[in-house]
Structure formats: C-alpha cells, structure tokens
Design a protein around this ligand. Sequence first.
Ligand SMILES: *Cc1c(COP(=O)(O)O)cnc(C)c1O
Length: 381
Amino acid sequence: MKINTKKLLMLPGPTIVPQEVLNAMALPVIGHRSKEFSEIFEDTVEKLKKVFKTKDDTFIITGSGTSAMDMAISNILERGDKVLNIITGNFGERFAKIVESYGGVSVKYEVEWGDLAEPEKVREILEENEDIKAVTVVHNETSTGAKNLIEEIGKVVKDFNTLYIVDTVSSLGGDYVDVDKFNIDICVTGSQKCLAAPPGLAGITVSDKAWEVIEKTNSVGFYLDLKAYKKYYDEKKQNPYTPAVNLIYALNVALDLILEEGIENRVKRHERLAKAVQEGVKAIGLELFAKERARSITVTSIKYPEGVDDKLREILNKKYNVVVAGGQKHLAGKIFRIGHMGVCGEKEILATLSCLELALKDLNFKIEESGVERAIEVLKL
Ligand SMILES: *Cc1c(COP(=O)(O)O)cnc(C)c1O
C-alpha cells in the first residue's frame, strides 16, 4: 500500500484531518463493553450534542453519512407513508430514493440545481397534502454548492403535524446549525466533512416528537433500529453493536478542536474563506454555479469555461497535487467543486487558487485578473 502524502485535499469530503485527530486513532483498541469505553463514548456523544446545539437524544453510528439518512427514514416509515422530499441536488434526491426503497411515497418538491427551496412553497405543499409524515431537506447541497434556508423551513414545518428531517452532513461544524432552535426533529451528519474527522461515523439527533412517531411505527430494518440504539445508550452508554472504537477516539478529539475554536468563530472562518475563494474565482474570469442567494460557505461550485473540462482537475491533481471534486450526475464534466470546510485555512485556499491559475494557463485559458491577489484583498478586509 502506498499513499501520496503531498496531496492537498480540497474535496467537499473527506476533508483534511488534523494530525492530533489521526494520532488519537493509534491508541490501543479497547473493549466496546468496558466502562472505560462507555465513558469515552458518552463524552463524545455529549460533545456532538453541543455542536448540534441540542438537548435531544443523539447517537453515533458506525457508517457513513448515508447510514444516518437511511436511519432517519427507516425508523419513521411504513409502506405507503408519504414524505415530502425537498430536492435541490443529488443528496436531496438520495432521501427520496431511500423513502421509495422502504415502500414509502415520495412527494417531490424539485428545485433547479444551484438554487434553494422556497419556504412558502413548502407551506403550500403541506397545506395541499394533509397526510405527509415527514419533510426532508438537505441544508448544504454538496453536489451544487447551494444551501437551503433550514431555519425558515423549520418555522413553516412547525405549523404542521409532520416531522422535520434535516441533512447537515456538509454543514455541521462549518455553517450555522441549531437543531433545537430550528425545530429539527431528526438531524443527520457525517464525520468526514466539516467535523474534520476521518470517514466512517455518522451522527443523528432524535426529538421527543420523533420518538412518539418512531414508537408507533412498525418499521423494518435491524442494524439501524433507533430503539435498539436508545435502549443501549440509556442503559449502558454504549451502542448495540461494536462501534468503530478508534474512530470514536478521533471524533472525540475533532470535536474538542471545534469546541475550542468556538462554533460561532468557526462559522465566521468558513464565511471568510468562502468569500475569498468565490471572489478569487470570479476575478480569474470563471463563473460560479450556485445562485448568489443560495451560495454555500463550505463548498464552491464553478462552471468550466469554454474549452476546459475535467482535464483541469487532472492537471491540478497530477501536476500540482491539489485535489478538487468534479460534478455529480448531469453536472459531471460541467462543473468542479472546491471544498473549503473543516480545518481549512488561508494557506490552503491561496495554494488552491494559485495552482488553479497555473492549471488554467496550462490549458491556454486567459486569466482576467489574479484570483490570489483578489482573495488576499478579501482576507485582509
Ligand atoms: C457527503 C454527504 C452525504 C453522505 O455521504 P456519505 O458518502 O454516505 O458519507 C449526505 N449528504 C450530504 C449533503 C453530503 O455532503
């Protein structure tokens, strides 16, 4: 096995993991039923609750972000139940697919990719459909670089007898999320994005209102049965099945770093870096994909200009050791995406912008103005 350690990881997940977080994984494996582990596990869950800003029951699952999305749906759904899926990109679509995979009926509110969902439109759909059991929305649509107004949508959903399920996989620990204030019943996240821990863990919160529904639901599924997770956690501060012990150590340290920086400071850092990247890219002469009113602060999506395609990403990676993401689904070959989430700082975004300029020059693209200079101006403000 060989890994190139020179790569600058600017993906919208997985993101750069600080060395102290990686080091935590080298501690010895301990028994997952030991008191010692229960204490570490409970401590990690408590820290995650602080980041979610919730008093609700919170669980850590061994699985990627999608496992928590799956869990959010499977535990509240019976065949034929209706769920309103707000779809602003690939991950919004994933929720609809999960609903349908369990025999549920997906009522879809689809928005043009790159834009956001209108809270008032959500109200209209809920008024027209009385029997909607839950509403799903993706906070930060990683596939398009656009984000939804989850606080405003939460205010709308609160007026209806339906659950509010929010995917904060690429926003928690980067953009502003407040589970209790936003009326979120089930909130899901993943370890490898803004939390800056390695891939492999997911988080999920469950409100009292959600528990009432879960207890009445004759759900299917075994590994992701929330009732089992609650029973084990309440009784033993453990999970029902063996968790990824060493990843829990890593997540614990990653959460310490977030709480030390302070969530508000962390969101401000993401806003500042996003602005520098976005202004820098525009100065170069490239066009942003996401609508201005919807623009994410954790990932920037950029349209390929005439005559430029995924070759740009290949040059960035092979020649300059900067790794960025391509487009998903119908956006493949049309956009590329720079992740600036987690522990990313000035040096990473300036290196990315300068190598982007070099790679564009290699492809004979005429740069309008220096993106690096523009980004520095923004950072100095
Ligand atoms: C990454 C991501 C997911 C989950 O992806 P996994 O590969 O299962 O971790 C879900 N939603 C969003 C918005 C994401 O960015």
